[in-house]
Design a binder for this molecule. Structure first.
Ligand code: ADP
Ligand code: GLC
Length: 490
């Protein structure tokens, strides 16, 4: 089959820049143009969030009169057909009471109480919608738990027997886990599906498990995470299911859209710069220090940036016990942009209040500031306990900001330690999720920064030269899609 004939539907619950809580949105913004560039006939399906419908994307057409079951209720929905700037069609499954809300999944009091209903309905409605199409897609590519029911629902639709389903796990930490009483909403027969070899998961049931159990193949967003999740330490109880189908579990690294993440073109940073001429970075550092209200003398000291969700996954708490060493012994500056866990937010706010202007904590989600940190900091710290891929370290490298990361998941696949491989390395890594290990890596980085500005610059340039573009990832997805189709025709 020629690539022009490959028809793929990509389904997810986020898409940048409109509906974003994390890296899944970046993936859904940047992977589709790269797939289309390969000649793949692509269509996206997302929930009809307020954030998408009000984004000013012109609707091509609106389809009404559609219905899907949620348990015993037959509910109406509509589909808004839109196109991205580059012409890729997006179908938004719209039901006002479910998706017209201020946030995607939660409010200040926690997760929306009806997330099971919302995403079961999303899956059921989109499978109804798919059946109205004239042409059946070759590949239905689902992402994360919000889409997990799609592979099992499609199994019972004869027209879709020839389609292959791919389920991509972006984060095993979000299993879409619900109590038994919600299972009836799925419309699935409990005798067949509410079982350990099905959706049941330790007395409850999981939409993520549905995706990984019933899809033709499973992928995740880095080769290391693909191996890790088949082991108990990282598998969160799903390792058995994944290890049992090991031959169809793949790791495809995420990429970077260098058109969007480039210090040469970024309009939000104080000065543009490039690999050949890094001089603008110093103006970005001065601007960042001033903007964050930090001590001006930090300009001569290494400044560490962090841009992250504040979640146990990200290991930001590991720096709390070492803050005194970082600021008093190593004389570093530290700028943290992130929101999430309230307890951690409070502890960071308290620490920044007493840090003598060496630590700034900004509890916001702010893309412009995130870019200013990427450009103005000397290092970006990503101390994750686990990390399926991680994108900020890739963006940092492009902005000549040296990554200091825990060697896990995608961080392990994208950062090579300077001391372990002096001729090729472009970052600093540490092994255990432990404050002292994290401190040692930062100490090594700070020592090099002070010892040899020339060597520091060579490492910055090496990182900038690395190619983690989406084109590579898109080719890997294309190969996987083709192999799934040929499996189904043999
Ligand atoms: P995850 O998806 O686990 O949050 P990634 O590194 O894959 O981690 O992606 C995170 C994305 O969210 C990046 O684009 C990052 O810049 C962005 N991000 C995270 N926190 C913030 C924040 N507070 N403000 C702006 N952007 C943020
Ligand atoms: C998840 C992961 C992150 C990954 C992103 C996009 O949120 O935590 O590591 O980069 O998805 O795949």
């Amino acid at each position: 089959m020629g690539s022009a004939a490959l028809r793929v539907v990509l389904i997810a619950s986020e898409m940048g820049p409109w509906a974003k809580t994390g890296g899944l949105a970046d993936v859904m913004e940047s992977l589709p143009p790269a797939l289309r560039h390969l000649g793949i006939d692509l269509r996206l399906i997302l929930p009809g969030y307020r954030q998408m419908l009000q984004a000013g994307i012109p609707a091509g057409s609106v389809h009404t009169g559609l219905h899907a079951w949620l348990g015993p209720q037959r509910l109406a929905f509509s589909v808004h057909r839109m196109r991205t700037e580059t012409g890729i069609p997006i179908d938004l499954i719209e039901r006002e009471d479910m998706f017209d809300r201020p946030n995607l999944y939660a409010d200040s009091q926690g997760d929306y109480y009806d997330n099971a209903e919302r995403f079961i309905f999303f899956c059921r409605a989109l499978t109804v919608w798919l059946q109205t199409w004239d042409i059946v897609p070759h590949i239905v590519h689902c992402n994360d738990w919000h889409t997990g029911l799609v592979p099992v629902l499609l199994q019972s639709i004869p027209a879709f027997r020839s389609s292959a389903t791919l389920f991509t796990i972006h984060n095993l930490g979000y299993p879409g886990l619900f109590d038994a009483d919600k299972f009836a909403l799925t419309g699935l027969d409990p005798n067949h599906h509410y079982r350990p070899d099905g959706l049941e998961f330790f007395g409850r049931w999981s939409m993520l498990k549905a995706g990984m159990f019933y899809s033709r193949a499973v992928s995740t967003v880095s080769p290391t995470y693909a191996r890790e999740i088949q082991q108990p330490e990282y598998g969160r109880g799903f390792d058995g299911v994944l290890a049992a189908r090991s031959a169809s579990v793949f790791g495809i690294l995420n990429g970077v859209d260098y058109g969007k993440w480039s210090p040469e073109k970024d309009p939000h940073i104080a000065a543009n710069y490039s690999r050949k001429d890094l001089s603008g970075k110093s103006a970005c550092k001065a601007d960042l220090i001033r903007r964050c209200g930090l001590a001006a003398d930090l300009h001569k000291q290494p400044v560490i940036g962090i841009v992250s969700r504040l979640d146990t996954q990200k290991g930001i708490d590991l720096i709390l016990p070492i803050l005194d060493q970082l600021m008093d012994d190593l004389h570093l500056g530290l700028i943290i942009l992130g929101t999430g866990d309230k307890n951690l937010e409070n502890r960071l706010a308290e620490a920044s209040g007493s840090s003598r202007k060496r630590l700034a904590f900004i509890p916001q989600f702010d893309e412009v500031l995130s870019r200013q940190i990427l450009a103005g900091a000397d290092m970006l710290l990503v101390p994750s306990r686990y990390e399926p891929c991680g994108l900020t370290q890739l963006y940092a490298m492009q902005y000549a900001t040296i990554p200091v990361v825990r060697a896990t998941g995608g961080l392990n696949d994208t950062v090579v330690d300077v001391d372990a491989d002096p001729a090729n390395g472009w970052g600093f890594t540490f092994g255990r999720a432990d404050p002292q290990d994290c401190l040692s890596a930062i100490e090594r980085a700070a020592a090099l920064y002070r010892r040899s500005p020339g060597e520091w610059q060579r490492i910055q340039q090496r990182g900038m030269a690395m190619d983690f573009s989406w084109d590579r990832s898109a080719l890997a997805y294309q190969r996987l899609y083709r192999s799934l189709i040929s499996d189904s025709t043999t």
